[in-house]
Design a binder for this molecule. Sequence first.
Ligand SMILES: C[S@@+](CC[C@H](N)C(=O)[O-])C[C@H]1O[C@@H](n2cnc3c(N)ncnc32)[C@H](O)[C@@H]1O
Length: 446
Amino acid sequence: MAKGRVKTLSARGVAVQMLENVLDRRRVLVDAFDMACQQLEDPTSHRDRAFVRQLGTTCLRHLGQIDAILEYRLKKGLPPAQRRLRHILRLAIAQLLFMDTPAHAAVNAAVEMTGQLGRTEGRGMTGLVNGVLRRIDREREDLLGRFASPLFNLPDWLCESWQEQFGTEQCHDMAMAILRDPPLDISLKPEEQTTQWVSALDGIALPGGGVRILQARGRIEDMPGYDYGSWWVQDFAASLPVRLMAAPPRARVLDLCAAPGGKTAQAAAMGHQVTAVDVSPKRLRRLRQNLERLGLSADVVTSNAEEYVPASPYPYILLDAPCSTTGTLRRHPDVAWTKSYDDVEYLAEVQARLLAAAVEMLAPGGVLIYCVCSLQHTEGLYQVEALLDRTSEVKRKEITADELFDMPHAITAEGDVMTLPHYNPSDVASGGMDGFYMARLVKTDV
Ligand SMILES: C[S@@+](CC[C@H](N)C(=O)[O-])C[C@H]1O[C@@H](n2cnc3c(N)ncnc32)[C@H](O)[C@@H]1O
C-alpha cells in the first residue's frame, strides 16, 4: 500500500462504504461513490468502479424489497448497532436476486466481510450470514414472487403522494420504470447531423435531434465527439424547457439556477445571448468547464437568484428551481432514502420566492419557463397555481402537443407539462425519461 494511503478494500467492501455514506451519513450518491472508490486498490480502475456503481445502484433501487425480504428471513431482526452487517447482507441480496453474480461469489464475499467486522458490528455472525443468504438463494423464486411489488421501493410519503397525484396504476408503472438503468441521452449542437451521430455513437434518434444510447458502456469522456465539444449529456425531458421558450434567434435569455449548465448550453448553442445565474461557485465552475469544452459562451453570474437585479428586464427567463429531484430516481436512487417530505416543504418555500423574483425580472410580454425535476405537485403545479392566485402580473400560456413532439399524454389539464419516468419520446420504444414539471408563463403588459 502506498505510504499515507488509507486501507484498501475489495469492490464489495467499497460498496458497503458507499451504502454507509448514503444511508447512515445522508451523503449524495455521486459524492459517496467518489469518496468510497478512493479505497479501491486502484481507484481509477474502470472495471471496479463500474461494479461498485452497479452494486450500489441496484441495492438502492431495490432497497425496499431487500429490506422486506431480510426482515421476513431474519425473524429476530438485527440490532441497530449492526449497521455494517445489514449493509453487507443488503448488498449480497442485491447480487443474489437482482444481478447476475454467481451465488457462491456473493455469499462467500459477504461471509468474509462479516468475519472482518468488529465486535459490536457483528463479529461471530458468519454462520448466520451464510445460512440466511444460502436460504434466500434457495428460495429465490418464492421470495421474488412474494415481494414482487415495485412499490416496496418507495418510502411511504412518496408512494402515498404519487398514488394520490397519479393514481395506483401510474404509480406502479413509475415505480417499475425507476428500477431500470436509464439510457444516456445526448444533445447535439445545432450544426451537428443527428444521423451521423446516431451511427458514431451506436444510438437511436431522438425527436427534435439528439441521440439515445440505451446501454452506454465506458466513460463518457472517452466517447467520440466529447473532446471536440460536439454534444453534451442531457435527458430528453430536460431538453424540453428551453425548447418551450420558443425564443427567436439571438434572444436575451436569463437562466436562473443554471449550473451545471445543460440548459445554458442548449440556449447558447441555439445562438441566444445567455446570462447564467447560480448561487454555487463550485457548480458554476462545472458550468464554465462545460461551456468551454463545447466552445459556447454565456455571461456567468454568481448570485442568489432571489437577490439578483439585472440591468434591464429579460424577455425570456428560465427558472429551473432547486427541488427534491424525485423525477430523477432512476439516476439517483439515493434520493428516495435521503429526502423526506420536510425537504419538499422547505424547497417549496424557496421555489415560491424564486418564482416571485423571476417575475420581477421579466419584461412585459416576456416568457418565463418554470421547471423542476420533481414529481411533487407541491413543487410544481401548486407553485404555479399559487403564483397565479397571488398576482395578475403573469398568466399561463398553455403548451400544445405539437410543441412537445407529439406527446399529448405529457400535457396536463392545465396546459403544463408533466413527464413521467415510464413515458417514452414519440417514435422511441424504450428508455423512458426523467420526471419533470414545466409551465410557461407570460407577463401581462399592465
Ligand atoms: C436543478 S439544478 C439546475 C440545473 C441546471 N439548470 C441545468 O440544466 O444544468 C438547481 C440549481 O439551483 C441552484 N440554486 C439553488 N438555490 C439557488 C438560489 N437561491 N439562487 C441561485 N441558484 C440557486 C443550485 O446551485 C443548482 O445548481
